[in-house]
Design a binder for this molecule. Structure first.
Ligand SMILES: Nc1nc2c(c(=O)[nH]1)N[C@H]1C(S)=C(S)[C@@H](COP(=O)(O)O)O[C@H]1N2
Ligand SMILES: [Mo]
Length: 405
């Protein structure tokens, strides 16, 4: 699927007002009512329950409201896959409690030949299963660097680089489910809908978390996952079933899926109109839609890490691109003055990310570490990312301060 083509087609539909469920006028009204600050999550629906169920020990996570990001230092000496105990969580509201025994998935809409079809968890598990290696990465991963490195003003969760995780997801291909449900050849868009609480922004109830993708992507590599790293999907990651949309921004991978709309007309939701579009001086007033992730790199350490001066150490990290396998990673330990090529190690199933290492013997004092990756299509990381007001797709080289003493 050519995402650029899809995005520009949907942009034309949107501007032409062919946006059932969410119009350009709604967007303008909401944007005016809400203001930039109100684009932040409104917090847990009830004060009693934590928005996240699993423990969030500070050595593994940085808590950010209803969300928690992985500490990169916690990925050192951890294999290719991110264990559930340190996998980041991004919740618009709170992790819901869902009983698998009473749960069912309803597939419905004008893109089916007949009426709605529902599936129990046992029925989904009885369908042919696949296992895929894929990342879930928030579109806002790295957002805080717009402010700290570039002096830009952005709104949204102030992630560093910990809003990504790679896991082995097992489930059923969405194509299998759609065909069983009676897919019509007129279907154009598919939209999973979450069972978590409606998202309220600026006093406006935007309904359940949902975001459409084109039928071409749905039939290509999307799965409905019920296992993560060999165990039942944990509550925070979408139990009992979530979508996994490889290569696309995390919001496409809807958790706690209760329904899937299959439509013969383009679908729109606040999550592809009001949010998850590029707004700002460099973009059209209606914003530029996007779906795919960009190239990024991270060191497996936390900013401010302290090394022993004069002692050889091995810097490690990971780089990733949604478009192609990583081809090279260059590292600078002197603020970008000189660069060395990092050595790749380890298997990379699915080429979701690439692990790398580089020896370094730091002199006493302050240092700035930088890593810059290039993928096999030549996509690389710029020195600065073009500003967008919601702080998405930060792909610039991150400067990591460390010291040796
Ligand atoms: N139903 C539902 N699905 C959702 C979300 C949500 O709040 N509700 N958050 C989305 C966003 S923005 C991201 S980045 C990913 C995060 O997945 P994780 O919490 O399993 O890491 O889930 C997506 N799916
Ligand atoms: Mo996200």
């Amino acid at each position: 699927m050519n995402e650029l083509e899809y995005d520009s087609r949907r942009l034309r539909d949107f501007v032409a007002g062919q946006a059932r469920g969410f119009t350009r006028r709604d967007l303008l009204v909401l944007s005016a009512a809400a203001g930039a600050g109100a684009l932040l999550p409104s917090g847990p629906a009830t004060a009693a329950a934590s928005p996240i169920v699993k423990p969030l020990p500070p050595e593994l996570f940085r808590s950010l409201g209803t969300n928690a990001e992985t500490r990169w230092s916690s990925l050192k000496d951890v294999g290719y896959y991110v264990p559930v105990d340190r996998f980041f969580v991004r919740n618009h509201t709170s992790t819901p409690v869902i009983e698998a025994a009473t749960w069912s998935l309803s597939v419905f809409g004008s893109g089916l030949r007949g009426g709605p079809v529902s599936f129990t968890l046992d029925q989904l598990r009885a369908l042919p299963a696949v296992t895929v290696s894929a990342a879930v990465e928030c579109a806002g991963n790295g957002r805080s660097y717009f402010a700290s490195q570039q002096g830009n003003t952005v709104s949204g969760t102030a992630w560093t680089l910990g809003a990504i995780g790679v896991a082995r997801w097992r489930g059923v291909r969405l194509s299998t489910v759609l065909r069983r449900a009676g897919l019509s050849r007129h279907a154009v868009d598919v939209q999973p809908v979450g069972l978590d609480a409606n998202f309220v922004s600026g006093g406006v109830d935007l309904g359940p978390v949902r975001r459409p993708f084109p039928i071409e992507k749905a039939l290509d590599d999307v799965i409905l996952a019920y296992e993560m790293n060999g165990v039942d999907l944990p509550a925070d990651h979408g139990y009992p079933v979530r979508a996994i949309v490889p290569g696309w921004i995390g919001i496409a991978s809807i958790k706690w899926v209760g329904g899937i709309e299959v439509s013969a007309e383009p679908l729109f939701s606040p999550w592809n109109t009001q949010f998850y579009r590029l707004f700002g001086p460099a973009y059209p007033v209606e914003g530029r839609p996007f779906d795919a992730q960009v190239v990024k790199s991270a060191f497996e350490l936390d900013a401010g890490a302290v090394f022993e001066a004069g002692k050889r150490t091995v810097l490690t990290g990971r780089s990733w691109s949604a478009h192609a396998p990583i081809r090279t990673v260059e590292v600078s330990t002197d603020g970008g003055a000189t660069w060395r090529r990092a050595r790749f190690y380890g298997a990379s199933p699915g080429h979701v990310w690439q692990r790398w290492e580089l020896p370094w013997t730091p002199a006493a004092g302050a240092h700035e570490l930088l890593a810059r990756a290039t993928d096999a299509h030549g996509n690389t990381q710029p020195d600065a990312t073009v500003h967008n007001t919601l702080g998405y797709l930060f792909d610039a080289v991150v400067r990591v301060p460390v010291t040796a003493a």
